[in-house]
Ligand binder design. Structure first.
Ligand code: NAP
Ligand code: ZN
Length: 329
């Protein structure tokens, strides 16, 4: 179509949402499904009315490929809250009547409004995870105005969590990493954490009671939220971005009302804010820490993700598609 941009996909990050969807853990998967919403590549063709991209440009695509453009959320640049948005995969496409298919593929065609500009100064495969893990952590950190003088927690050192630590550190906050994996302590410091807390150790947790301005919780599994709510100051907020298959146990209401604490959620980010995040990362030299895999290793990557054994995002090299099925894992 005349506003479409065709992109040859070079790299695609592997988000835990891909795993949730591939295994129908959210009970909404329509098979066949092609996951992948951390896409970077090169523009190969553009429609006649495309003004912002031309063949040869680097480009990125995240979790969204369309929205109504007229509702209050879209008008505010918050397309992720549009009631009729179209996700990059496993979403009915109002333009064609078929389902959308994501980035574990050689190419994708997307309306130019949903194509992001990618810096050529950063390591391209390591930029891919910014399109979901980056914006999903950047958006709440900005919404809650994280910055110097604030004590900020990030829970879970995976794909989202490692971006959360890097970004909160770059925004100037005092960052505390909460992890269940003692072996990740040195990495957490290297990524920008000022302190690291092993969340399974109640004594370590108690040292931080009622001291946090903001906590970003990225954990992909149900867990006890109270142990984190207790760590918030009066009026502090914990924002959940993890989306586990089963619900978290309901928190103790006294942990909320006694200090007017808030429990919130946040979904990815709008297109304008995603571009802002990409520009922020280019300016600060921030990319994801990645392990590049061929597409044939995707099931192994999912299993390692479930064991919290990812450092800290798998990225598929799409050149492996041409390599055939050798080494299928
Ligand atoms: P990930 O790379 O697998 O990281 C999740 C991390 O959570 C793990 O590395 C682990 O860190 C921790 N964890 C896992 N199981 C745990 C458990 N039982 N108890 C405590 N901690 C546990 O996943 P991701 O790609 O970052 O995604 C995280 C979640 O966010 C997923 O549910 C995904 O679907 C969701 N998500 C939401 C949005 C949104 O817009 N809100 C966008 C993208 C993804 P430690 O080893 O450090 O404990
Ligand atoms: Zn994602």
């Amino acid at each position: 179509m005349i506003k479409d941009v065709q992109i040859e996909i070079l790299y695609c990050g592997v988000c835990h949402s891909d795993l949730h969807t591939a295994r129908n853990e959210w009970h909404n998967t329509i098979y066949p499904v092609v996951p992948g919403h951390e896409i970077v590549g090169r523009v190969t063709q553009v429609g006649g009315e495309v003004t912002t991209f031309q063949p040869g440009d680097l480009a990125g695509v995240g979790c969204l490929v369309d929205s109504c453009g007229t509702c209050p959320d879209c008008r505010e640049g918050l397309e992720q809250y549009c009631p009729t948005f179209t996700l990059t995969y496993n979403s009915p496409d109002p333009q064609t009547g078929t389902m959308t298919y994501g980035g574990y593929s050689s190419r994708i065609v997307v309306d130019e409004r949903f194509v992001l500009r990618v810096s050529d100064t950063l390591h391209l495969p390591a930029v891919a995870p910014l399109l979901c893990a980056g914006i999903t952590t950047y958006s709440p950190l900005r919404q809650w105005q994280v910055g110097p003088g604030q004590k900020v927690g990030v829970v879970g050192l995976g794909g989202l969590g490692h971006m959360g630590v890097k970004l909160a550190h770059a925004m100037g906050a005092h960052v505390v990493m909460f992890t269940t994996s003692p072996g990740k302590t040195a990495d957490a410091h290297r990524l920008g954490a000022d302190e690291v807390v092993i969340s399974k150790n109640p004594d370590e947790m108690k040292r931080h009671l009622a001291s946090f301005d903001f906590i970003l919780n990225t954990v992909a599994a149900p867990h006890n939220l109270d142990v984190y709510l207790e760590l918030l100051k009066r009026d502090g907020t914990m924002c959940l971005v993890g989306a586990p298959e089963d619900p978290h146990p309901a928190p103790n209401v006294f942990n909320l009302i006694f200090k007017r604490r808030r429990l919130a959620g946040s979904l990815i980010g709008g297109i304008r804010e995603t571009q802002e995040m990409l520009d922020f990362c280019a300016e600060h030299g921030i990319v994801s820490d990645i392990e590049i895999i061929p597409i044939q290793k995707i099931n192994e990557a999912y299993e390692r993700m479930l064991r919290s054994d990812v450092k800290y995002r798998f990225v598929i090299d799409m050149a492996s598609l041409k390599a055939g099925t050798a080494g299928n894992g």
